[in-house]
Write a protein that binds this ligand. Structure first.
Ligand SMILES: *[C@@H]1O[C@H](CO)[C@@H](O)[C@H](O)[C@H]1NC(C)=O
Ligand SMILES: *[C@@H]1O[C@H](CO)[C@@H](O)[C@H](O)[C@H]1NC(C)=O
Ligand SMILES: *[C@@H]1O[C@H](CO)[C@@H](O)[C@H](O)[C@H]1NC(C)=O
Ligand SMILES: *[C@@H]1O[C@H](CO)[C@@H](O)[C@H](O)[C@H]1NC(C)=O
Ligand SMILES: *[C@@H]1O[C@H](CO)[C@@H](O)[C@H](O)[C@H]1NC(C)=O
Ligand SMILES: *[C@@H]1O[C@H](CO)[C@@H](O)[C@H](O)[C@H]1NC(C)=O
Ligand SMILES: *[C@@H]1O[C@H](CO)[C@@H](O)[C@H](O)[C@H]1NC(C)=O
Ligand SMILES: *[C@@H]1O[C@H](CO)[C@@H](O)[C@H](O)[C@H]1NC(C)=O
Ligand SMILES: *[C@@H]1O[C@H](CO)[C@@H](O)[C@H](O)[C@H]1NC(C)=O
Length: 354
């Protein structure tokens, strides 16, 4: 919510405090014309509109059943906490041409106090359109959001289908979930702060990523990423931090903590790549100016699909600082994996209590 307390916001706060409901008000999409096997895009949109306007806490319920969804964008801010409980299976169109390739399939933006929960599944089916950007869930400009008991599936061949992408958002928790996609499982863009990931299983896909950062000028910094008790299975990368060569500006990446992670057949289990430059789209002469510091990898175990378990390739311009590796136990075909470093100062971060 905007921090400038205008008269309107003040009035809303007063209304909030007199909301007579002690339980969230349920908005069942069946009351908005939804029924199994049909397209629920309009019903869900209508339910969101009313729930978002409510001054009482609300839950939008998508009950058990299989539904179709073309493309939908849910925008805040809302007047009260809002939860979307998905217990059904939601299918994307089988034909990718039905989707606007420049927009996301499901998008939540500018929503605070938001929870996405339930035992349901977002099923991307066979989204294979070339050069499209179908992040599954895009969390942009949001605070205080929780994803729990959440399942996202898509074939490993679907391009750019990030599971959950977070940008310019703070206090986001992702817990007890399963995400299998063609791209990043969870990815953090600029301005992600205080993001917690607990008990999440990822795979297939590209793993848990910070970045890529530095393709654009003046991205906000990433600060506070806590990933604990997660499993990565058959992913191309495990825990990755990626910045472009020649990345400009004053962006920093700091206070990342990864702990109790199990890797199963992961190609690059731990990887910092500050020399990212696909298709020669950048100036190779200039190093990344994005400073990475205070990063801890603790108790990372399992199997790698390549001989390199750890690769920390930091910027020659601004070396990584206070990076700690602790209890790394990764094997490739039965033997301990190798570790590669460039431009990194490894040490226990002062004040680190782990
Ligand atoms: C999580 O999902 C399972 C079904 O997959 C369901 O039985 C359980 O109640 C859900 N838990 C929560 C906390 O929503
Ligand atoms: C996220 O988890 C942390 C740690 O368990 C907790 O303190 C915080 O309140 C949670 N935030 C949300 C938005 O649920
Ligand atoms: C997040 O939610 C908690 C609990 O509802 C609240 O105390 C806190 O102020 C919220 N933080 C932000 C940044 O909105
Ligand atoms: C961890 O997540 C799985 C679902 O992926 C769930 O079955 C299990 O109960 C969760 N564990 C805890 C302690 O919540
Ligand atoms: C940690 O992960 C394991 C394996 O997925 C799960 O069984 C356990 O419940 C998780 N514990 C917590 C505290 O989430
Ligand atoms: C980064 O640089 C931009 C452009 O000069 C400036 O607007 C912004 O305030 C700077 N951010 C920080 C954290 O210094
Ligand atoms: C391990 O990963 C490699 C490369 O991603 C893949 O070709 C192979 O089938 C995987 N092995 C298993 C046992 O899943
Ligand atoms: C890492 O964090 C500690 C504690 O806040 C701080 O003193 C230190 O300067 C940080 N390291 C870097 C390189 O920023
Ligand atoms: C795996 O190890 C076995 C036995 O040590 C060896 O024969 C085989 O060539 C190895 N495979 C690879 C891909 O390194």
């Amino acid at each position: 919510m905007d921090m400038n307390l205008s008269i309107t916001n003040l009035a809303l706060l007063l209304l909030l405090s007199v909301c007579a409901e002690t339980q969230p008000v349920i908005f069942d999409i069946r009351n908005y014309g939804a029924s199994p096997n049909l397209d629920i895009t309009q019903a869900w949109r209508n339910a969101w509109k009313e729930a978002c306007a409510s001054t009482c806490a609300t839950t939008i319920l998508i009950p058990a059943g299989t539904y179709k969804l073309t493309q939908v964008k849910f925008t805040g801010p809302c007047n009260a906490p809002i939860e979307v409980q998905v217990d059904g299976i939601i299918l994307a169109p089988e034909n990718p041409n039905e989707l606007d390739g420049n927009a996301q399939w499901v998008k939540f933006s500018y929503v605070n106090f938001f929870t996405l929960s339930g035992s349901g599944t977002f099923d991307g089916q066979d989204i294979t359109s070339k050069d499209s950007k179908h992040f599954h869930v895009n969390v942009l400009g949001c605070n205080n959001v929780t994803f729990t008991n959440f399942t996202i599936t898509a074939p490993s061949t679907s391009p750019n289908t990030d599971g959950i992408h977070i940008g310019r958002s703070s206090d986001i928790n992702i817990t007890n979930s399963f995400i299998g996609t063609g791209d990043d499982c969870i990815s953090l863009g600029g301005g992600s702060r205080h993001i917690n990931v607990l008990n999440v299983t990822c795979g297939p896909g590209h793993g848990i990523s910070v970045g890529s950062l530095g393709k654009f000028k003046y991205e906000d910094s990433v600060e506070g990423f806590f990933v604990r008790n997660c499993t990565l299975k058959n992913t191309d990368n495990g825990l990755r931090i990626k910045t472009w060569l020649g990345a400009p500006g004053n962006t920093t990446v700091s206070f990342l903590h990864y702990e109790d992670i199990i890797m199963i057949n992961v190609s690059n289990p731990i990887i910092i790549e500050q020399d990212y430059c696909p298709y020669n789209q950048c100036s190779k002469e200039t190093p990344s100016k994005i400073k990475i510091s205070n990063v801890t990898f603790k108790s990372i175990k399992g199997t790698s699909a390549t001989p390199d378990g750890v690769a920390l390739i930091c910027s020659s311009g601004v070396p990584c600082e206070d990076v700690e590796l602790n209890q790394i136990d990764l094997t490739f075909n039965g033997t301990r994996t190798a570790t590669k470093y460039a431009n990194v100062i490894v040490g226990k971060p002062p004040g680190c209590v782990a």
